[in-house]
Design a protein around this ligand. Structure first.
Ligand code: F6R
Length: 617
């Protein structure tokens, strides 16, 4: 979950590291630190607990100024509290080996005891500290640094990425990766090299990159990169060029990245759909999905996996695959799925969804599918070349949303829904479930989604006003049925993660089985009640809430005066195709949560306790 940055070159490393850490704060931000080396081997470390504390301390840290080589880290605490001592970088007892780390050293207790017996002194409560100690141990035994680092990686258990400096080697930087915990990307500059846990940190510097593979170790100087595999054999170092738009990572006129990304949805959806949905005659082109019509005809089932918001998109994907694809489908939470024995086989298509492509539980579930069941897999992902796409050997539907910086996912939620809709159409055509005219209709409706979402965004002031009129609530309920139940779940998730108001999303039919006991005039309900097949039932549920003095915000069909008259606040949705209506209802669900959070003064882009990419279990 943590963010890592490294630099070696001719410029002062400190400001570059600090700037990189600022760009990586969405990965973790409870403490941060940097270490720099000057050309004489003098090492300076500066680390602080607390958001912004490092930047405050930096100007007076003169020892940092001379270094041209350095590493930095922004932390999301796993082992050990949020203190200066536990902040990274961590050092060996002699202080000459310094590392930053992402992942969990699962066997750190045993290693720590052993190292203490050998004379090492520990100053933090972290698992990380065993890493510089182990490297130092191997150096003392006579290994050179790459060998010592490789031996250390072989000894520590779990998925781990490490970036290191050695005072006796003051012009170079080291990195290593083992397992699926986060990633390390090497950035190639002119007379300078960079390392980062992910691309946003490198955007101002270079787009020529090489991702470090599982088991690899790297040594970087300002002029060269060397990489070895886990056996110490030299590996190719050729970088690839990644297209990046630096403007896309700036907030622009928006107060928060989350708000910007919510407003980007019409553009992001167009980019997800562009070239893939063709009408008249209808055709779906999924350029990176190699499954043939025959492959799709052989399927008997689709299983969708993901976490959090991605899983909510998967809930809708299930409905799309059933309705448009004509295939039984289900969804599961990756962290549960990976420890079950799900009895898959070559006739089950597994579709994983992960914005980052780095979520540890989704990666674990995908490995499980590959190793135990060898079932065909596709992944829905926003980051080109991410770990999920490597597990599927490139079989992917890329969202093409551009970087999502806000910790709470928004544009990648609706884009994932669009990707699954396309996949469902592709399956439906191959299996003869969708006739040409049906496909034309289904794709035509999808192509209108960006403007539908845009119309919902135009009512943004209304959402803000409604949020300001809701009673000071410590609980909120989101209710929906059918296709809008996943939106209720997603609205509730957005609400709790950014406003810290406890919120739950329920299928409305579940209300009478317990949750209705929560209703009183202090517990507002957001109810999605469009004029669809389940409208009558939703209206009854709304009545049940009203009968108990509950405040109701209804998201209903434009012109539904009858419903508008029964509820406290009404949000109109233009009449649209039933299957794409969730794209519309997602917008007020996101923006109500956003305004509830900003009205409470919450830090929307960096909510407490969360990180954008969850690379530990
Ligand atoms: C919530 C949110 C998370 C992510 C989840 C999966 O707003 O962003 O619930 O959806 O951590 O992340 P990815 O999609 O990167 O696998």
């Amino acid at each position: 979950m943590c963010g890592i940055i490294g630099y070696v070159g001719q410029q002062a490393a400190g400001p570059i590291l600090l700037e990189g850490l600022q760009r990586l704060q969405y990965r973790g931000y409870d403490s941060s630190g940097i270490a720099v080396l000057d050309h004489d081997g003098a090492l300076a470390v500066l680390k602080r607990a607390g958001q912004g504390a490092l930047a405050d301390a930096f100007p007076s840290a003169e020892s940092i100024a001379a270094g041209r080589v350095g590493i930095g880290h922004t932390r999301w605490a796993t082992h050990g509290g949020v203190t200066d001592r536990n902040a990274h970088p961590h050092s060996s007892t002699a202080g000459d080996v310094v590392v930053v780390h992402n992942g969990i050293v699962e066997n750190y207790r045993a290693l720590r005891d052993q190292l203490i017996e050998d004379g090492a002194e520990f100053v933090s409560e972290t698992d990380t500290e065993v890493i510089p100690q182990l490297i130092a141990h191997h150096l003392r035994q006579g290994s050179d640094f790459p060998t010592a680092l490789r031996a250390t990686m072989a000894t520590i258990e779990g998925g781990n990425s490490v970036v290191a400096l050695h005072a006796s080697d003051p012009q170079r930087l080291y990195a290593a990766r083992k397992g699926n915990a986060g990633g390390i990307v090497i950035g190639f500059g002119e007379g300078e090299m960079f390392l980062a846990s992910d691309m946003p940190a490198l955007i101002p510097h270079t787009n020529r990159v090489r991702y470090l593979a599982n088991g690899e170790t790297a040594r970087l100087s300002s002029a060269a990169v060397e990489i070895w595999d886990s056996d110490g054999n030299a590996a190719p170092t050729e970088p690839e060029s990644i297209p990046l738009d630096p403007v896309a990572v700036a907030k622009g006129p928006y107060k928060h990245f989350m708000l910007k990304e919510i407003w980007e949805q019409p553009r992001a959806l167009s980019d997800t759909i562009r070239g893939r949905a063709r009408v008249d005659p209808g055709q779906v082109v999924l350029e990176d999905v190699p499954l043939s019509d025959d492959d799709l005809r052989r399927l008997r089932r689709v299983l969708i996996i993901g976490m959090g918001t991605s899983m909510h998109a998967g809930m809708l994907g299930r409905a799309y695959i059933e309705r448009l694809g004509g295939l039984p489908a289900d969804f599961d939470n990756s962290s549960e799925f990976r420890y079950r024995e799900p009895l898959l086989g070559p006739e089950t298509l597994v579709v994983s969804i992960s914005q980052s492509g780095e979520t540890i539980d989704t990666l674990g579930a995908m490995h499980h599918v590959k190793e135990a069941w060898n079932a065909p897999q596709i992944t829905v992902c926003n980051v080109p070349g991410a770990a999920t796409t490597r597990i599927t050997d490139g079989s992917a539907i890329y969202l093409r949303c551009g970087p999502e910086i806000g910790v709470a996912s928004t544009k990648t939620f609706t884009a994932s829904m669009a990707a699954l809709y396309l996949l469902a159409c592709r399956i439906g055509v191959a299996r003869g479930h969708l006739q040409p005219a049906d496909l034309d209709d289904a794709l035509g409706t999808l192509l209108a989604v960006p403007s539908l979402v845009d119309r919902m965004l135009q009512q943004s002031d209304r959402y803000e006003e409604i949020a300001s009129q809701l009673p000071e609530a410590s609980n909120l309920l989101y209710l929906g049925r059918g296709l809008h139940y996943p939106i209720a779940m997603e609205g509730a998730l957005k609400c709790k993660e950014i406003s810290y108001i406890h919120a739950e999303g329920y299928p409305a039919g579940e209300m009478k089985h317990g949750p209705i006991a929560l209703i009183d005039r202090h517990t507002p309900t957001i109810a999605i009640a469009l004029r669809d097949a389940l409208y009558g039932k939703m209206c009854s549920n709304i009545q049940q809430v009203k009968a108990r003095d509950g405040v109701v915000v209804a998201i209903g069909t434009e012109g539904d005066e009858e419903l508008a008259a029964q509820v406290d606040h009404f949000i109109p949705v233009p009449a649209t195709g039933e299957l794409v209506a969730p794209f519309a209802t997602a917008v007020p669900a996101q923006l109500l949560a956003y305004y509830l959070a900003t009205l409470r003064g919450a830090d929307v882009d960096q909510p407490r306790n969360l990180a954008k990419t969850v690379t530990v279990e």
